[in-house]
Design a protein around this ligand. Structure first.
Ligand code: GLY
Length: 491
């Protein structure tokens, strides 16, 4: 599916059935699906419930059963087959969904006080496009020791843990933003194995399950640190455990480290794991032992992993070796910079690290933040050309981007006016529209036109007539030409 980089949910392979592009060979299905979610990379290790690679369990109806079938199925499986105590469970439904609430309350018997309604949190979508619909989730209450009361809607996030998500698939969102009803209402379930397992094994977190304990054991043995002794070390050990599972799985599914797309994500998680190991005192390579352990834990259930064991060790090991060299050089340069007590990392340093040394921008941001710099730690200084600006612009933590327009290449105006990034972005988009279709850009002015004083109206007429001149003066460039528009659009 070209609309997603990875399989992010159990429903992805079934998308053609939901939207009616293909006729399903069966009206119902259940599956165990390997998934990878890039959105969670940055929080891995800081929570006890997120992982990048996970196995999603689910039952699906392609126009067959709907809410009155799916809700009793979910409850029966969770309480009778898995044996989870129903009194520990809470349920959420979409704020508009009276029917689902009635089924939970009247048919299943969940007390009304443990059913809550939520807005966006109970609407599941695959992405900007694709099938979507209101959802209903089951949460387990781990008890007061894990956080505040208040149920899933307002209680502690480590106390009320989502273990089951029923999506009532009803719509398909297209690239143009329109939403059409699906040919038939359908069911998509998302139930992470790694979320349910701690409940079944009676342990605190996914890291205490038998999927993760062997990985944390080897991470402790590699680093010489003890899990549970220091929260900062724990985050590093959890990242090593999570990312080693993910890197082994991605390579076994055919992904190789590279500078774009899936390959870049793989590169990023290998590098994050290696850097954490180094922070915890590991001097040499360490991924081989981690990968060996992943294959030991998951190889029986995933034969491709065991078959490609050597290949995975080699691919990951080569990436690790190259990165250890980059890391040594880049870290030295950055530490020298940070030792000066700087409040931000100058953009030219970030760009040199990225361009000359292959040191990733997100790593610069991460290291700077760890050193106590506030978020938005990069300030890209005047004097960078568009190439450097564009290389840095879309990384989280990069705050204000500006690149000067020598030779008429143009400048997004954020710099010149000192605007924050969102405002600068808005302004530059506006300017771009103005250049291509001035009449559209001027439309918003009409809305307020009639309430304006004569002086303001005259000033606006003057401004629109001399707009190019104003811009030229502000950004200090001679020719606002087409390349300006390109740069501003990319910005
Ligand atoms: N597709 C439902 C989920 O991922 O939770």
């Amino acid at each position: 599916d070209p609309t997603v980089l990875f399989t992010i949910a159990g429903m992805v392979p079934f998308k053609p059935f939901f939207v009616g592009d293909e006729v399903p060979p069966w009206p119902r299905a259940t599956s165990v699906q390997k998934c990878f979610r890039t959105v969670d990379i940055d929080i891995i290790g800081t929570t006890l419930r997120h992982c990048t690679f996970f196995e999603m369990l689910g039952n699906f109806s392609f126009g067959d059963y709907f809410k009155t079938g799916a809700i009793p199925f979910a409850w029966e499986l969770v309480t009778e087959v898995l044996g989870i105590d129903g009194d520990r469970l809470w349920v959420t439904v979409h704020e508009s969904d009276d029917e689902a609430e009635e089924i939970w309350r009247d048919q299943i018997g969940v007390p009304a006080g443990r059913i809550q309604r939520l807005g966006e949190d109970n609407f599941w979508k695959m992405g900007d496009t694709g099938p979507c619909g209101p959802s209903s989730e089951i949460f387990i209450d781990k008890g007061p020791a894990y956080g505040a009361d208040g149920g899933p809607a307002s209680g502690g996030p480590e106390r009320f843990i989502e273990i089951w998500n029923l999506v009532f698939m009803q719509f398909n969102r297209s690239a143009d933003g329109t939403t059409e009803p699906l040919p038939k209402p359908s069911i998509d379930t998302g139930a992470g194995l790694e979320r349910i397992l701690p409940v079944l094994q009676g342990v605190d977190s996914l890291y205490d399950t038998d999927l993760y304990v062997p990985l944390l054991d080897v991470a402790q043995s590699i680093t010489g640190r003890t899990y549970g002794a220091d929260e900062r070390d724990d985050v590093g050990l959890r990242i090593m455990a999570d990312h080693s599972r993910a890197m082994a799985m991605l390579v076994s599914d055919g992904v190789l480290p590279s500078n774009e797309g899936r390959g870049y994500v793989l590169r990023r998680i290998i590098r994050r794991a290696v850097r954490r190991a180094r922070q915890l005192g590991v001097e040499g390579p360490c991924t081989e032992r981690l990968v060996d352990t992943v294959v030991g834990v998951l190889g029986a259930a995933h034969p491709a992993l065991a078959e490609q064991h050597r290949l995975i060790v080699d691919v990951v090991g080569r990436e690790e070796e190259g990165f250890l060299r980059t890391l040594a050089t880049g870290t030295a340069i950055l530490e020298e910079q940070l030792a000066d007590g700087t409040a931000t990392v100058p953009g030219d340093v970030a760009f040199r690290l990225h361009d000359t040394y292959g040191f990733p921008v997100e790593l610069t941001v991460e290291i700077a933040e760890e050193a106590g710099l506030p978020s938005g730690v990069l300030n890209v200084v005047h004097g960078l050309g568009p190439e450097a600006g564009l290389a840095l612009v879309d990384h989280p933590g990069v705050d204000l981007i500006s690149f000067t327009g020598s030779a008429g290449t143009g400048v997004p105006l954020g710099v010149a006016t000192g605007l924050s990034r969102p405002l600068g972005h808005f302004f530059d988009t506006y300017i771009t529209i103005f250049w291509s279709t001035p009449s559209i850009a001027l439309l918003p002015l009409l809305v307020v036109w009639f309430g304006l004083t004569l002086e303001t109206k005259l000033a606006l007429v003057f401004l629109s007539a001399f707009w190019p001149l104003v811009i030229n003066t502000q950004v200090g460039i001679q020719n606002v030409d087409k390349s300006y528009q390109e740069v501003a659009t990319a910005f």
